[in-house]
Design a protein around this ligand. Structure first.
Ligand code: ATP
Length: 306
């Protein structure tokens, strides 16, 4: 029996490994809506991340040659620190995260992690080192437990519950009649944007990567949900190298550095208070956002009173 069991067990392992890889890639490409093109270079080595220092060095990039998107972008996210990228819509913020995941390659310049050019390492090791909380989380047509566990298959039940608790989704899950066994997706429970994002946070907590990319939601969540999610995000980013792609500006206040991207170049950089005092592009974006938020809150209040 043992002779039969071992190969079966091995096949099970291989199957899980392949399934994980396929799901990883599917999930990421679902989000980015394109197919993989970039292959490992010959002799690519696994990435080693002793401290998690991330650098963009004079990165130039265009999706199509006639339209440059990044024109010489240089910045560093020192190990354990948080850097937020802000800028007008279309400035190239999400493009930076696509380059970091190596869905595309810069035309010139390079991106390094602890001194290693990401173009020279295996994609598998690169993607294993980076956790992403995307804007729009894709959930699999499976149980909610499966969707959390996807962060790390071999996690114990206790670890799954702990991650869900840190992401502040466990109380909600436990309140469901079938708990962690509840089906989600097309034929199951429909989760709100905030709940889905918390599932993504729980996954990332389970994965425990040294580098985090937080792609902040474009759409406004209600103020309570947003506060909860921000707390959870802040908790997971503590002590990890974190790049926040901020489509709105609400999570950037506490970033160690804010990079203001405009038309493919860094227009301003510094911490929140310094940039506000400068009264430049960041201050203008900030004031515009604040006015929009105030108008939204006023509308929410009048609706609640009606
Ligand atoms: P937002 O805050 O609105 O999400 P962003 O700063 O994240 O904007 P990016 O998604 O990085 O902007 O896009 C930068 C520019 O590149 C945009 O003008 C966009 O239209 C263009 N772009 C994005 N993806 C592609 C693509 N696959 N092919 C061609 N152009 C693209």
């Amino acid at each position: 029996l043992i002779q039969l069991y071992q190969p079966l067990n091995f096949m099970g392992m291989v199957y899980r490994e392949i399934k994980q890889a396929v799901i990883d890639i599917e999930a990421l490409f679902d989000i980015l809506d394109r197919s993989p093109e970039i292959a490992d270079r010959p002799g690519a080595k696994p990435l080693a991340v002793p401290s998690g220092d991330l650098r963009f060095e004079d990165v130039h990039f265009a999706y199509v040659p006639e339209r440059p998107i990044l024109r010489g972008v240089t910045f560093e996210v020192p190990s354990g620190k948080t850097v937020a990228i802000v800028g007008p819509s279309g400035a190239g913020k999400s493009t930076l995260s696509r380059l970091l995941f190596r869905f595309y390659e810069p035309q010139s310049g390079r991106i390094t992690i602890d001194g290693q050019d990401i173009a020279d390492v295996t994609q598998k090791s690169l993607r294993a080192a980076i956790g992403m909380v995307p804007q729009d989380t894709v959930l699999f047509n499976d149980t909610i437990g499966y969707n959390v566990r996807y962060g790390r298959w071999e996690a114990s039940e206790e670890e799954v519950h702990k991650a869900a608790a840190l992401a502040q989704i466990d109380v909600f899950i436990k309140s469901l009649p079938e708990g962690y066994e509840t089906s989600v997706g097309e034929r199951g429970l429909k989760l709100s944007g905030g709940e889905k994002q918390r599932v993504a946070i729980a996954r990332t907590i389970l994965k425990g990567p040294p580098i985090l990319v937080l792609d902040e939601a474009t759409s406004a969540l209600d103020s309570f949900t947003e506060k909860d999610i921000q707390d959870a995000l802040e908790r997971i980013s503590r002590g990890r190298t974190t790049l926040v792609i901020a489509h709105r500006l609400s999570t950037v206040i506490n970033a160690d550095e804010i990079i203001v991207l405009d038309k493919g170049v860094i227009a301003e950089r510094g911490p929140h208070a310094e940039l506000l005092a400068r009264d430049g592009l960041y201050a203008a974006l900030w004031n515009r956002q604040r006015e929009a938020d105030e108008a939204r809150e006023k509308l929410e209040r009048t609706r609640a009173e009606e």
